[in-house]
Ligand binder design. Sequence first.
Ligand code: FNR
Length: 356
Amino acid sequence: MVTLDDYYTAARSLVEPAAWDYIDGGSGDETTLRENLAGYRRYRLRPRVLVDVSRCDMRTTLLGSPVALPIAVAPTGFHGLVTSEAESACARAAGEVGALMVVSTFATTRLEDVARAARGPLWMQLYVFRDRTVSEDLVKRAEAVGYRALVVTVDAPVRGRRVRDLRNAFALPPGLAPANFPDIPADGSSAELAAQLARHIDPAFSWDDLAWLRSLTRLPIVLKGVLTAEDAAHAAELGVAAIVVSNHGGRQLDGSVTALDALPEVVSAVAGRCEVLVDGGVRRGSDALVALALGARAVLVGRPVLWGMAVSAAEGARDVLSILGAELETAMALCGRTDLASVDASLLRPASHRPC
Ligand code: FNR
């Protein structure tokens, strides 16, 4: 297991086919899913030489939490699909490499148990429910056990049409449920997962409701799923602490811009008023370096962590994050950059002479 691709191949043969489709798939024609990966190939690195690279420092902070590397675990639902140790294994792995983890609302482990297993900083991802008391409860519980930020996912007011899941009528296997909500969706129905979740997530949640959210908690608020300068500027004006530029790993709006393409306009619109992270398609340390050079403070990684866990639970997740970290460190050294402050747009040029 030397690359993330090795984990992809191994995981594919281990995960039950419908669960694999749920993890691997995107929405519609999966155009955005493919472009997320291809986007990184549109850049080339401009290495500087004869720099003393005997030390390379990848440390940074994310909303004040120190981390060993600018690579974090994206929130992904239902880790129990790939390993019985589920989110606890993931939290342990992230902590062991000094990475931050964002825990999904739809974890298959209670958020308190994930916090107990964790060795490093956790942020809590939030879907806002039609029944606001459910979300309120989740926010209070997360704050009480030490989660350090709330990551509100804003690109999923309705669920993307995930063709593979629709064809498979994908539902969680018996015994697996979102552990934070004992009644959802293990409600006795065998309805497709998307339909079950859609019954609960509030499609009316909008900018004005952020004030409600803020009134519930002292935790900083992060918006995940912003792809335009307009929304980024609005978020910054409202005092959001961070933005995750993301198209949800190609699982929501097929045909949307890639997060990498949206990143420069978001960075420029917020003009330093909040932290900017990005996710989607990071499969190599050099991909992370491209995103950092375009102004991201860190990247999040979704599917590869699940591949790692499918192969060997916490050890696999840790290995996936370590591989990415080692690749990033090598790429930085070979570019003559010894810390993250020296990673900037001068590192990049378009792969072709066409604008990228
Ligand atoms: C996700 N993602 C996601 N996002 C979120 O905000 N809440 C969630 O519960 C989930 N669940 C989820 C499940 C699975 C199986 C996947 C693959 C993704 C999206 C995720 O946080 C992230 O945006 C993408 O996964 C990033 O793209 P890569 O790294 O998977 O290419």
